[in-house]
Design a protein around this ligand. Sequence first.
Ligand code: AMP
Length: 148
Amino acid sequence: MISLYSGEFLGLSVKELMIPSERVAHVQVGNSLEHALLVLTKSGYTAIPVLDSRYRLMGLISTPIIMDSILGLERIEFEQLDTKKVESAMNTEIPRINVQSNLQSSLNLLVDNPFLCIEDQSGIFEGILTRRSVLLRLSNEVKRNYRK
Ligand code: AMP
């Protein structure tokens, strides 16, 4: 078995496990909610990062957030999709991890979040750490150690 205390696994850098920014579907603050819904639907992801024009991480947008923001008193006001901007609806209260951090400091956050956004010291978006990639790595480590 791998020893979780050896530092081998928990000491892994998040950089090593992250999906880099160029492979992450995202939208920009000034995009319309219609565009965001299109990206979410086409990619099949539940939530995606929102960036500004300088590639800084501003928040997350998801299909439930979009639907909630166009919910009228008696109907869903689809016509608002075109006029409302992502920045008016996005969730800005999101956990952020630094690209220099290790897995140990992120594990707790992954319990409640399917993925975490990674940024550098100046808030520039670097990529995401998904629960899947962490579990995949753990699973591979466990298999490797059983074979020894
Ligand atoms: P997964 O663990 O691969 O199922 O991903 C969990 C969540 O992470 C997805 O539902 C998305 O919200 C987000 N995610 C994973 N991969 C990407 C990606 N390439 N681009 C944008 N979001 C992603």
